[in-house]
Write a new protein. Structure first.
Length: 148
């Protein structure tokens, strides 16, 4: 029940953050996504299944860990504690590295988008010639005509 309530609260906060931050992201990237996520059945199923899977994982993992815990063996065996501490520290470092990579990637993508938006195209748009109503010729006809 606790994992259900925590996941429910996190889900509501995340959904509210996404809804409230979408206009700001549209202003930053100057492009709307053109989708209405709140009225789509596909996204509804994705939200619901993500919530249920997250709740099951958050509820079952501690249950399995606590059910496999044997206090007597834990007191006797100090080597397994060291391994677990190394695993825990490794997971914390991996999570930290992943967050740094995501932050740096976001900054790089944002800079690339700014560069593309502000880069000179190398051509003056007002001096572009547009030809309408041209007859298209297939490449095979063109090759045939140039050979014959």
């Amino acid at each position: 029940m606790e994992s259900f309530l925590l996941n429910g609260a996190a889900f509501v906060l995340a959904f509210g953050a996404v809804i409230s931050l979408m206009p700001a992201l549209t202003l930053v990237y100057r492009q709307g996504n053109g989708m209405d996520y709140s009225n789509s059945r596909v996204f509804g199923w994705a939200y619901d299944s993500g919530f249920l899977i997250g709740t099951l994982i958050a509820g079952l993992y501690p249950a399995f860990v606590l059910s496999s815990f044997k206090p007597i063996t834990a007191m006797r065996n100090r080597k397994s504690q060291r391994r677990r501490q190394l695993l825990r520290k490794g997971l914390v470092v991996a999570q930290f590295v992943a967050s740094i990579v995501l932050i740096v990637g976001t900054i790089i993508i944002s800079q690339q988008l700014d560069y593309v938006r502000n880069q000179d195209l190398g051509a003056n748009i007002e001096q572009t010639l547009v030809v309408e109503g041209g007859v298209a010729i297939s490449p095979i006809r063109f090759i045939k005509g140039s050979i014959i």
